[in-house]
Ligand binder design. Structure first.
Ligand code: B16
Ligand code: MG
Length: 210
């Protein structure tokens, strides 16, 4: 193993509450019921696929133009909320583990569905940290398609078999497996049958890799 490719939301940092607030503001304005349980279904899912889930309870169908406007509205609220993030949103456990893996000679990359990846990394003080960033801006197929991780491996000039993917979403484990990567899963991702290393916390990566 020569590299580690990390999912961002739910692995490196936690933006669930901001996604929730931003989707909730949109749903309230449209008069659509939305709660935290529905929000949990949006984890690791692309922005437009998330919108389709939010609109499942709508009383009428919306045109593609309306949906594009809703997604832009949600994102504007979300980006505004992300301004609250700072290096304090990076836990000591994640910071120390990343530094230990780098000291151990591993290349470190991001493989995230989010189009806001670079903004989030810069807010938490990791703007220049990773060797490669593959995110929602360079892919056409979202997880569970392996594209985002395959692009990360390509950016590192490595084969999938040389990279470990770290994920919190089942769709992410599926994507890793489909791309020929081994995976470490945290939370619900640890329960997926294709997860190579179920882990209880980020720091356990040191036990697997060092
Ligand atoms: P954006 P990840 C995912 O990030 C989030 O888990 C998911 O909730 C979000 O809808 C998706 O990014 C798209 O985010 O609207 O910022 O492009 O877990 O793949 O790092
Ligand atoms: Mg995630």
């Amino acid at each position: 193993m020569k590299a580690v490719i990390f999912d961002l939301d739910g692995v490196i940092c936690f933006t669930d509450k901001y996604h929730y607030q931003a989707w909730k503001a949109l749903a309230d304005r449209l008069g659509i019921y939305f709660d935290e349980i529905i929000n949990n279904r949006l984890r690791g899912v692309s922005r437009m696929a998330s919108l389709d889930i939010v609109l499942e309870r709508a009383e009428r169908a919306y045109s593609q133009e309306e949906k594009d406007a809703f997604a832009a509205e949600k994102n504007a609220t979300y980006v505004e909320l992300l301004q609250q993030m700072s290096p304090r949103d990076l836990s000591d456990e994640v910071r120390e583990t990343l530094n230990a893996l780098r000291a151990g000679g591993y290349k470190l990359a991001i493989g995230s569905s989010s189009k806001n990846t670079k903004l989030i990394l810069s807010r938490i003080g990791l703007g220049d940290f990773f060797d490669a960033i593959s995110d929602g801006t360079n892919i056409t197929h979202s997880k569970p398609d392996p594209e985002v991780f395959l692009m990360a491996a390509e950016m590192l000039s490595l084969d999938p078999a040389e990279c470990l993917v770290v994920e919190d979403a089942k769709a992410g484990i599926q994507a890793a497996h489909a791309g020929g990567f081994k995976s470490a899963g945290i939370g619900e991702a640890a329960e997926h049958p294709d997860c190579t290393y179920p882990i209880a916390s980020f720091g356990e990566l040191k036990k697997i890799l060092l």
